[in-house]
Design a protein around this ligand. Structure first.
Ligand SMILES: Cc1cc2nc3c(=O)[nH]c(=O)nc-3n(C[C@H](O)[C@H](O)[C@H](O)COP(=O)(O)O)c2cc1C
Length: 358
């Protein structure tokens, strides 16, 4: 560090100390936990709050839940700002922490810290295409920098005594299948336990439809589990994608915000059964908003409340009108009052019957 005098031998001693801790941690772990389950809730910034995770867990014991994307720099520095975002709750099992960053040592330090809380895996974000993340070299920018991606995986692998997964897109500027397969094999060789592939390259954002043939190709060539992701809009689609692509699991994002019960439908369908359920839309709406209020500090209420409502309002007929009024509010209790008012005016919309299977 500039201006700080280095004590001779300090670096060597520090490195030996870190190495010793890592070796002790590795020895403590008898086996890497099984990271695989069939259905995964996609990590989503400002959306996968403890409140939404709790709602999903009420419908499915098995769905793998993910934290919001956590800045490795902030976690490694022990920033108090991230305490609530990185807290793990009793319903968070199976659970994965997702980290984002571009510096191997910082990513490793964050992975080690988070792993101490107990989790199925640490997931490295190699898929985020937001310009502010990519310009730091993190997220999907790592797809264009395989040597750095390898260093990050290697560092995290030695630091985190739990599963290690990578969530990635099918490419940076285009989907180049041979390059994608090389990249995925590199991850596997470095000890990653599973890969989630969103079948769009980073420059596409959310345009066009997800390319599930890329998921299938990666699955066919890797021995580790592959989780497919992109445009799953219903339980039937999830199960069809599983079968057609041969992948080991599917990850659901936007559709699970609108329908946190989708995992219950998936569980029933994949077991060959069918399910019909009455969902109290108002109760789920209020439950998640109250969770945002109770689990998170007030400064997060507006962003998290609005993000959730944007998707969940799609369950009601006058969704635009309801969301437009909610967007004017910053306090969760005011959003709840609008939701209650909506269902008082439209009681026939309170309960929705959902079904999957024959
Ligand atoms: C609002 C929003 C935020 C997202 N944030 C993240 C994130 O923090 N980390 C990540 O890996 N992917 C993130 N994604 C991408 C999703 O995890 C997922 O890959 C994508 O939405 C495609 O899945 P879907 O079609 O089922 O929604 C985000 C997506 C959305 C819509």
């Amino acid at each position: 560090m500039p201006g700080v005098a280095q004590i001779p031998g300090e670096n060597v001693r520090a490195r030996a100390f870190v190495k010793k801790i890592i070796l002790l941690r590795i020895r403590r772990v008898e086996r890497t936990p099984d990271v695989m389950e069939r259905f995964h809730m996609a990590p989503m910034a400002e959306i996968t709050t403890p409140a939404l995770r709790r709602a999903i867990r009420r419908y499915s014991h098995g769905a793998v839940l993910y934290s919001e994307m956590l800045s490795a720099g902030a976690i490694a520095a022990g920033s108090s700002m991230n305490r609530e975002m990185s807290a793990r709750h009793d319903f968070d099992d199976p659970f994965v922490f997702q980290i984002v960053g571009a510096k191997p040592a910082v990513m490793a330090a964050a992975a080690a810290r988070l792993a101490e809380q107990g989790c199925r895996a640490i997931d490295i974000n190699m898929g985020c295409s937001a310009p502010d993340i990519m310009k730091t070299g993190g997220g999907a920018a790592l797809l264009a920098d395989p040597p750095r991606a390898r260093e990050i995986v290697r560092a995290c692998r030695s630091a985190a005594p739990c599963g290690l997964t990578v969530k990635m897109r099918s490419g940076y500027e285009r989907t180049d299948l041979p390059a994608l397969l090389d990249f995925a094999r590199m991850l596997q060789d470095e000890g990653v336990n599973a890969i989630t592939l969103h079948g769009r390259h980073a420059k596409l954002g959310f345009r066009r439809t997800a390319d599930w043939s890329a998921v299938r190709a990666v699955k066919e060539r890797l021995s580790i589990p592959v989780i497919g992701n992109g445009d799953i809009d219903a339980a039937e689609t999830a199960v069809r994608r599983l079968r057609e692509s041969g992948c080991d699991g599917v990850m659901i994002g936007r559709a699970a915000v609108q329908a946190p019960w989708i995992f219950a439908l998936c569980d029933a369908l994949v077991g060959g059964g069918h399910v019909v359920r009455d969902i109290d839309i108002e109760a789920v709406f209020v439950d998640v908003l109250e969770g945002i209020r109770d689990f998170l500090e007030e400064k997060y209420h507006r962003s998290r409340g609005h993000r959730f409502c944007f998707y969940f309002c799609q369950n009601v007929h006058f969704s635009h009108e309801l969301f437009r009024t909610i967007r004017r509010e910053s306090a969760i209790d005011a959003m709840i009052a609008l939701v209650r008012g909506y269902f008082a005016r439209n009681p026939h919309e309170r309960v929705k019957t959902v079904r999957a299977g024959a």
